[in-house]
Every structure is written in C-alpha cells, then in structure tokens.
Design a protein around this ligand. Sequence first.
Ligand code: WAQ
Ligand code: MG
Length: 245
Amino acid sequence: MLYSVKMRSSQSGRHVSGAERIVPQGELEIVAGQLLRRALHHASGEADLINIKISRLDTAQIRRFPALPVSSIEVDNPAAGLRELAKLLAAENIPDPAGLVAKLADLRAMRGAVLYDVDRQCRWESDPERGVRASVMDREYLSGEKSTPGKNHFAEALVLATKVANAPGIIGELCISDDPDYVTGYFASLRAGYIRISQLKAPGVPAGGRIFLYRGTAEKVAETIEFLENTPVIVTGAALTPPAW
Ligand code: WAQ
Ligand code: MG
C-alpha cells in the first residue's frame, strides 16, 4: 500500500517550505518525522504553521516516467546564467525569452509555480499568489535504498521536473530555488531534458520560483492542472547526485 505525504509550512501566511513523497505504509512514521524536522529548521524562516497531509493512493492510477536526461551549463555569474536561460528558451521557439526570464527572477514566496501561457502571454493559476503546485510524486526507491533526511535539491527537482515535463500541454519549466544560498537553477522540457545552470542568482538572495510553460487551448488548462496536482507519478532511474560540472 502506498501513501502520498505532503508537507507545507508557512510563517504569518507566507510560504516557507514544502515537499511531496510517495511511501509505503511502513515508512510513513519516519518520513513524516523527516518532513517535520525539515519544516522546523528551514533557512527561509521559522514556520508557525506546519501541515502534513497523508492520503492513501489508488495504485492503479500511478504513472511511471523515466527521469529526464541531465546536462549542465557552467557560468561565472548570475547575469550570465540568466542569459543562458533565455538562449535555451529561444532555442525552443518560446516567445519572449527575455521577458520570461525577467518574470522568473522577480518571483518570491509562492507555494507553487506560475502557469504561463506562452502564446496568449497570460497566467492560468486560479490563485496567482499561491500558484500551481506539482504534487503526488517521488523517485522510485531502489531495493535497500533508504530515504534520506534533509533536502537534496537536485534529486527532488529532477523528480518534479520529470513529472511537469510529462504533463499534457506543458512545453517547458524554468526554476530558481527560493533557498537563499542555493544558486543553481534549471530549464527542463521533455525535448531538451533537465539542463542545470550553475548560477541563476547571487548567494543570500531569498527570491526564487518556478514557471511552467503552457501551450494549448483554454479548455485543456484544467486537464494540465489536474495532472500536475493529483496524478500520482513515480520517476524511474533518477540519479541522486548531479554530474560534475
Ligand atoms: N510545484 C510547483 N512549484 C513549486 C513546487 C511544487 N511542488 N515546489 C516549489 N515550487 C516553487 C515555489 O514557488 C518555490 O518558491 C520555488 O518553486 C522554488 O522551490 O539541479 O530548491 O524548493 O541543482 O526552493 C533546483 C536544483 C532546486 C537545481 C530548486 O526549489 C540543481 C529548489 P525550491
Ligand atoms: Mg525552497
């Protein structure tokens, strides 16, 4: 039996941290404890509200996707990283790369991501302050592999990016961590894979966020959001550590 475990924490209503896991019943206690510790000790602030939600999954609904292939671009400073990001968007024929990169660099303290319609140039989240949260996902645990406490930015982002890239109507994703000292970000899509960029912000900067790029009809947005929020996804063959720069 598998369960979805979601954690989110906030301080005075402002999002501080969140995480999603899929675990067997026997690991619920340990994983809930790990997520609780993580919520209590977060670099972005001390939480005054922590929510841990556990729900049993219908295993017949679980979709499995192979992890996106990982590649990397090393840059000397954040400005160069943002330029590389814009180049990747241009290479994907996404309209207004510079505008999108500027939008990303401006984001802060959302629980979820911006769902951005690249052709209509509008946002589709019903609550723009919260955004759309990709959820109910995890890596496939290899036999004997124990889930580790603490946050592995790369491993978690690769799982999220793989789910998002496989969502109907999503043609790409941009990400900068909101953790003040985590400066590596990425662009990901089913076509391009998961492309790390070594610096997208300066150390100590609390800003960060995600933009999911949507292309499709207005009628199909609901299907995309439903997949992102509720379809259980297990990502296979995902590395725990990134390739060396
Ligand atoms: N669904 C949608 N948006 C999310 C989610 C989610 N499940 N989790 C976080 N976000 C949004 C939210 O706006 C956060 O403020 C923002 O993304 C950043 O989240 O290869 O740590 O968890 O080394 O701070 C990238 C790793 C790490 C790069 C990204 O993001 C690499 C990271 P964080
Ligand atoms: Mg964070």
